[in-house]
Design a binder for this molecule. Structure first.
Ligand code: PLP
Length: 441
């Protein structure tokens, strides 16, 4: 635990921590960010990221068979990249600081999972299923993977149990794909998880175990319970290679979309990406991938709620996953359930420490306002967590980041990573929208 003296010494070193503790929206530039030429070596390599992309291609025939609606994209699950010109105009009426073009990476529309968890969560389960089948000698990598939908395979997978701790979306992605393959699945959810998410999971045959208290408790219990079973496999959001790898593929796909749209990324055309951050796995994976592709010409920023700045606290203090927001007196209570995380991922945070340009925090009210504004201007619905990246360009424009790095922002491409939304039921959508409108003046 951290004494008051210890916290005071952190504050002395990084005065911004005082504002974080006082729940003020802040913008922080990362002093530990490295140029590509001086980047340390990481536990994940570019080849693994490319191998991860290959796994998705092997599974494409499985998706076409298991989810016929994916036939139109040949079994590849991807989301659109959309320019949101009207939203940009509206944001610039409030504070005219955004130069360049503004895009939305619409992971709210990723098939079935309706969130960015379709990248990491699906990937980890597919990877595990493939390993099991390869090791059992019933599958070869050059087989047509549509055979995985057969009764023989479902029966084979049904001997195994998958467990996961989740605030909701990760549980949904793991639950949906595991149940489809035939695994037994248990999702350990925290107190923040929304009722509709639990109901939806149960309707798919997933066992849901609820915990009072926050995400770390649900993870801890789930990890112990699952790992004590010899047939159990735990998807560990606080420490998973495979989740991270699944997210890196998002970068490969985004780069392809930018190329198709004739959007240049180089020293004169910088790319800025703003990602909502929970434990730091999804923003870490995509940022890592983008850095591997674009090097110093991509600038990655994370955003967390003022009440759940888990990764920011770990990075600012240098304590990484040893510290939680509770240690500095923050309650981890936010309506942004995808981001309601008190302690960051160990694996991802150590990587983020060197690759991200910075972070900012956002108040819950603002998330709802953005939700309503995006509906009004672009008719796109996002869940509250997923809107957080939209003010990125303006938050960063308030800092000296561009001046310090000699960046001309006129040709910048900004991408707000919209991380979820499509599974939210109509009732909740209406409520969120109303809430956003009532905060608008
Ligand atoms: C999970 C999630 C995030 C954050 O991902 P982490 O890997 O926890 O950092 C952001 N937005 C939504 C909607 C999510 O479900």
């Amino acid at each position: 635990m951290y004494s008051k003296n210890k916290i005071d010494s952190f504050i002395k070193e990084s005065p911004i921590l005082k504002e974080i503790i006082d729940l003020k929206p802040v913008a922080w530039l990362n002093p530990n960010k490295k140029k590509m030429a001086e980047m340390p070596s990481f536990p994940i390599k570019k080849e693994e990221m490319e191998a991860a992309e290959q796994l998705w291609h092997r599974f494409a025939p499985f998706f076409v068979k298991a989810f016929p609606e994916t036939a139109a994209t040949d079994g590849i699950l991807e989301s659109p990249l959309k320019e949101i010109q009207k939203m940009k105009t509206l944001l610039n009426q409030e504070s005219s600081m955004m130069q360049g073009r503004l895009f939305l990476k619409c992971d709210n529309a990723l098939p079935f999972a309706g969130s960015i968890k379709a990248r990491g969560g699906f990937f980890e389960v597919l990877h595990y299923a493939e390993q099991l089948a390869l090791n059992a000698g019933i599958l070869k990598k050059d087989d047509d993977y549509s055979i995985l939908t057969s009764d023989q395979f479902r029966k084979f997978f049904s001997k195994y149990k998958i467990g996961v701790g989740s605030t909701g979306n990760l549980g949904l992605s793991i639950g949906i794909i595991s149940a489809k393959l035939g695994f037994q699945v248990t999702v350990y959810v925290s107190g923040d998880a929304k009722k509709w998410k639990k109901d939806l999971l149960r309707s798919k045959g997933v066992e849901v175990i609820e915990f009072e208290g926050d995400f770390s408790k649900a993870i801890l219990a789930g990890r112990q319970k699952t790992n004590s079973d010899p047939m159990g496999y735990f998807v560990d959001d606080e420490n998973s290679n495979e989740l991270f790898l699944g997210y890196t593929v998002g970068a490969i796909r985004l780069a392809k979309q930018l190329e198709e749209a004739n959007i240049k990324v180089d020293a004169e055309h910088p790319l800025f990406v703003y990602s909502p951050c929970g434990v730091g796995g999804s923003p870490g994976g995509t940022a890592f991938g983008l850095k591997k592709i674009y090097g110093d010409n991509v600038h990655c920023f994370y955003v967390e709620p003022t009440h759940s700045p888990a990764v920011l606290t770990g990075l600012v203090t240098g304590e990484m996953s040893n510290i939680s927001v509770h240690d500095i007196g923050i309650d981890n209570k936010t309506e942004a359930d995808g981001l309601a995380v008190g302690r960051p991922s160990n694996f991802a945070t150590n990587i983020s420490n060197h690759i991200i340009s910075g972070e900012y925090t956002i108040e819950d009210d603002r998330l709802f306002v953005l939700l309503a504004q995006l509906m009004d201007t672009e008719q796109i619905f996002l869940e509250p967590s997923a809107t957080a990246g939209l003010i990125g360009p303006q938050m960063i424009a308030k800092t000296d980041y561009a001046a310090k790095h000699n960046i001309n922002m006129e040709n910048a491409t900004h991408i707000a990573w919209a991380t979820g939304g499509d599974l939210v039921p109509d009732e909740e959508r209406k409520e969120f929208y109303k809430k956003g409108c009532s905060s608008l003046v």
